[in-house]
Write a protein that binds this ligand. Sequence first.
Ligand SMILES: [Zn+2]
Ligand SMILES: [Zn+2]
Length: 253
Amino acid sequence: MLIDTHTHLYYDSMKERIENVISQAKNNRVLQMICIGTDLKSSEECIKIAENYDNIYATVGVHPHDSNEVPLNYLQELSQLAKSSKKVVAIGEIGIDHFRNLSPKKIQNKVMIDQMELAYDLRLPIVFHNRDADSEIYEILKNNSFHKALAHCFSSNLTFAKKLIDLGILISFSGNITFKNATNHDSLMSLTLDQFVLETDCPFLAPHPYRGEKNEPKYLKIIAEKAAELHGVTLDEIEKHTTRNAKIFFNLP
Ligand SMILES: [Zn+2]
Ligand SMILES: [Zn+2]
């Protein structure tokens, strides 16, 4: 069995046919999914979906793109959402995005740090997004407390992967490991099997040969197969380890 550690199931392409998405995922060995919130509204939607389906879990959080739009009381609201359901397993996705810089840098930093504090108080892990912001993210992670942290959609180099591992951070690889121009193969090959998990980040980032199409949890198997090939182990080995790592990280049954 595989666990998709990062999905945005509330997008129309999946929400409207969620039973079908779940059954197709199951046919491809994906038996559990984490639905990741990016603002208050989507966090609430993740919880709703998770409350309806046993094998789906939720996170609540504000994405760096959305950090400029948060209401003043957003931390209180996130806290209430997190406490409202046993299916909430982390705070995320939080983080820094200097690729698109949709929110001012200062605000991105503050919103990330504030949510880390919330996660710490609630004893929840964090799931973070990092695009072109290795050094900023590293400073924040080094200088603020967290119980557990997951580097989602890892696309940096091996040196950075090792720095994160030294901080006790779990790495997550997405469909970008299947792309011809992938830059993260050396990281994947160098990490041990207990240092990473897998995700689709659906509906974004569909793996090759579906690149550019709408992504879904069922494609996680393609990503797992690529990880197995790169690591020189069987698909069963990848499944066994990444599933175990995800279960421990998110405290899943
Ligand atoms: Zn992200
Ligand atoms: Zn995401």
